[in-house]
Design a protein around this ligand. Structure first.
Ligand SMILES: Nc1ncnc2c1ncn2[C@@H]1O[C@H](COP(=O)(O)OP(=O)(O)O)[C@@H](O)[C@H]1O
Ligand SMILES: [Mg+2]
Length: 399
C-alpha cells in the first residue's frame, strides 16, 4: 500500500460542507417561509385567510380552489395560511386538524382517502391500525368519518388536483356534511396547476367545492428578485456575488415567472460553488446551475416514460442538435429512432405508434406538433419540434 492510499482527513473533513451555505433548508421546495419572506401575495393570503376564518372559532370554513402556473406560490400560500389557522384555532380550544395530500403521489380515490385517513390517525391517540392495503375507498371513508368525530374542523389540502384520476373523493368530501357522514366542518382547499381544470371541475362537482376561486399570476423579475433576496441568508454573508440574484431572477422571469425555478437555480449554483471549493457564487455558477436544474427537471418529466419514448426523444434531440429550433416530420424522427432502438437491442415500434407517442409528448409540452402548411395536393403532415435545448435533452437521457 502506498501513502496515497492512506487518507489523512479527520472526521471534521469527512463531513465538511464548505463555506457557501449557512441555512440551506431555506432553499428547499417544501420549506414554508415566514410571512415576512412571502412576496407579493398579500391579497391571496387574505383570500385564503378569509375562507378559513370561521374555522379558527370552530365554524364552517369555505371551500376554495386555487389555480395558477407552477411556481406561483399556490402551495406555499395554502400551507402557510393553514398552519397559522391551526395555531389560532388551538389557542381558541378548537379541535382543528389539517391534512395535506399531494395528488401527484396519491392519484386515485383510494389513495387520497387512505392518505387523509392515515394522516389523521397518526395524530389521534389510541386509534386502531388502519390497513395500508387490501381495503377500498369506502372502508377508508368509514375510518375517516370516525376519526372526524373527535374534531370540530378539518381542512383538507388537495394539491396538484389536476393529476387526480377521478373526482369521486371530491364529491365525498364536499357532500360529507349534507349526507350526514360527519358533523365536523370540512374545508377543502384544492390546488391546480392548470387553469383549464376549472371548467372540468365545475362540471363534475357543481359549485360545492368552489365557494371561491383564486388565480395566482406569475411573478415578474422584480418580485423574483425580492423572493431571492429574502432567502439570501441561506448563504454565508458575502458569498453571493452582486450579479447573482439579478441574473437568476432574469432567467426565471424569462421562463414564465416561476419562483420554484428561481430558487432551484440559486440552489444549484450554490452547490456547484460548494463542490468546487469556491469562496463565492458567481454568475458563471448560475449559468451552469441553470443548465443542471433544467436537465434535472427534464429527467423528472420523463422519469415515468417507457424506453421507447426516451429513444424517440433522443432521436428528435439528435436531429435538433444540428438544426436547433427546427421541426421534423414523423418520418425523419422515425428513421433515427429505429437506429437507436436497434442499437439498444430492442424491436422498434411501428411508425404509426411512434406518431401517436409524439402527439402525446406534445400534449405534455415536451414537443410541439403542428401541421405543415403544404397544400392539399401534397398533403399536409405533422411536424414535431423539441421544446428544450437538444443538449439538455441529450444530457438528461444519457444515463
Ligand atoms: N411569494 C413568494 N414569496 C416567497 N417565496 C415564494 C413565493 N412564491 C413561491 N415561493 C417559493 O417558490 C417555490 C415554489 O412555490 P410553490 O408554492 O411550491 O408554487 P406552486 O405551488 O404554485 O407551484 C417554493 O420554494 C416557495 O417557497
Ligand atoms: Mg404546488
Amino acid at each position: 500500500m502506498t501513502n496515497r492510499d492512506l487518507n489523512d482527513f479527520s472526521d471534521d473533513d469527512l463531513f465538511a460542507t464548505g463555506d457557501i451555505f449557512a441555512r440551506r433548508e431555506l432553499l428547499r421546495v417544501g420549506h414554508v417561509p415566514d410571512r415576512d419572506r412571502i412576496v407579493g401575495r398579500d391579497t391571496e393570503l387574505q383570500n385564503v385567510g378569509q375562507a378559513l376564518g370561521p374555522a379558527i372559532d370552530g365554524g364552517p370554513p369555505s371551500n376554495i380552489v386555487i389555480y395558477g402556473k407552477t411556481g406561483t406560490g399556490k402551495s406555499l400560500v395554502a400551507r402557510h395560511v393553514t398552519q397559522r389557522a391551526r395555531e389560532r384555532a388551538i389557542t381558541n380550544d378548537i379541535g382543528f386538524s389539517h391534512v395535506y395530500v399531494d395528488c401527484s403521489d396519491a392519484d386515485t380515490e383510494t389513495r387520497v382517502a387512505r392518505e387523509i385517513t392515515t394522516q389523521l390517525a397518526d395524530e389521534t391517540p389510541a386509534t386502531p391500525d388502519i390497513p395500508d392495503k387490501g381495503i377500498g375507498a369506502n372502508e377508508y371513508y368509514r375510518y375517516l368519518w370516525d376519526l372526524l368525530e373527535s374534531r370540530d374542523v378539518c381542512i383538507v389540502l388537495l394539491d396538484e388536483i389536476d393529476i387526480l384520476r377521478d373526482d369521486d373523493v371530491l364529491m365525498q368530501l364536499s357532500r360529507a356534511e349534507e349526507t350526514g357522514k360527519t358533523d365536523c366542518y370540512l374545508g377543502v382547499i384544492s390546488i391546480s396547476n392548470k387553469i383549464e381544470f376549472r371548467d372540468r371541475l365545475s362540471e363534475r362537482i357543481d359549485s360545492s367545492l368552489q365557494d371561491e376561486d383564486i388565480i395566482f399570476q406569475p411573478y415578474d423579475a422584480d418580485q423574483l428578485r425580492t423572493i431571492l433576496e429574502n432567502r439570501r441568508d441561506a448563504f454565508k454573508p458575502g458569498v453571493l456575488q452582486d450579479g447573482v440574484i439579478p441574473k437568476v431572477a432574469a432567467l426565471a422571469a424569462r421562463e414564465h415567472g416561476d419562483a420554484r425555478k428561481a430558487i432551484n437555480i440559486l440552489q444549484k449554483a450554490g452547490e456547484l460553488a460548494e463542490r468546487e471549493n469556491d469562496d463565492h457564487v458567481t454568475e458563471a455558477h448560475v449559468e451552469r446551475g441553470q443548465r443542471k436544474a433544467e436537465v434535472q427537471r427534464f429527467q423528472e418529466l420523463v422519469s415515468g416514460s417507457t424506453p421507447h419514448v426516451k429513444y424517440l426523444l433522443r432521436a428528435l434531440a439528435k436531429l435538433t442538435e444540428n438544426r436547433e429550433g427546427d421541426a421534423f416530420s414523423t418520418h425523419e424522427i422515425y428513421q433515427v429512432y429505429q437506429s437507436i432502438a436497434d442499437a439498444e437491442g430492442s424491436d422498434p415500434l411501428s411508425q404509426d405508434r411512434v406518431y401517436r407517442l409524439l402527439k402525446e409528448q406534445s400534449f405534455l409540452g415536451v414537443t410541439e406538433s403542428r401541421h405543415t402548411g403544404g397544400g392539399h395536393s401534397e398533403g399536409s403532415y405533422l411536424e414535431h419540434r423539441l421544446m428544450r435545448g437538444s443538449d439538455v435533452v441529450l444530457a438528461a437521457l444519457s444515463d
